[in-house]
Design a protein around this ligand. Structure first.
Ligand code: ZN
Length: 241
């Protein structure tokens, strides 16, 4: 199929290597698990990248040939190179690359740099989570029921220090009374950004069929759209009296 969407799934990939209990859940790493379910879609071309790869997994020839970058990080946000963060931001703002921040990527350097706030939130132990679909007309929520029972997930709660989202797609309920804006979109420059909360390394959300569908829909939505010619090709001043 022509014009496949080129997806790069970036993972810090540290928990899976250092903790047996996490490796048991995601033996190929979280990025390997995400790639496996995305590979069932023949309109995607998926590759994986990790923090400890050369150039932190994103040399120019990879980043510049990525339509949608997915990001999972947690324990090593500070190790991500600041120059790489600026290259990612530029790809989103100027070239329209999509960026999908998964779970603890709310505190990642690229997410914070792209949306412009700290990304801090209320946090607690693992609890039963219901993910409520509050914008059923959006392409990312297509085919998703009114709520998804995720079982046990890590509690993320409000206040969540993000800009007011351009679109709020999901709100989560946690059994001890917390709520969280668990699916949000942001438009930045020419690019689109989707933040999605499920995906703690010790839980199994990436095996949930609806989580998988939401992420696939998110890629389709975040992929760059075709742009018209830039204004400098048109001498608009001639029309000003
Ligand atoms: Zn977590």
């Amino acid at each position: 199929m022509a014009n496949k969407i080129r997806v790069t799934v970036w993972n810090e990939y540290r928990h899976e290597k250092s903790e047996e209990s996490i490796r048991a859940i995601y033996p190929k790493g979280i990025h390997g698990c995400v790639k496996d379910f995305l590979d069932t879609h023949d309109d995607l071309e998926v590759r994986i990248a990790a923090l400890d790869d050369p150039d932190q997994g994103l040399p120019d020839d990879v980043l510049n040939n990525t339509d949608v970058l997915m990001w999972w990080g947690h324990m090593a946000h500070g190790d991500v190179d600041d120059a790489l963060v600026q290259r990612i931001k530029k790809r989103v703002y100027d070239d329209g690359m999509g960026f999908i921040a998964m779970h603890s990527a709310h505190m990642s350097k690229p997410f914070r740099e792209i949306v412009g706030t700290s990304g801090k939130l209320l946090w607690s132990d693992d609890q039963h989570e219901l993910l409520w679909n509050v914008m059923p007309a959006h392409p990312i929520t297509a085919g998703i029921p009114e709520h998804v029972d995720l079982g046990i997930e890590e509690m993320y709660g409000e206040p969540f220090m993000i800009p007011q989202p351009d679109e709020l797609l999901f709100i989560s309920w946690f059994e001890h009374g917390y709520v969280f804006r668990s699916g949000c979109t942001f438009y930045r420059g020419r690019g689109k950004v989707f933040y999605f909360q499920p995906g703690h390394e010790a839980c199994r959300s990436f095996y949930n069929e609806y989580v998988q569908k939401i992420l696939y829909n998110g890629i389709k939505w975040a992929a760059p759209t075709a742009f018209g010619d830039a204004m400098h090709n048109c001498d608009y001043r001639k029309n000003i009296v």
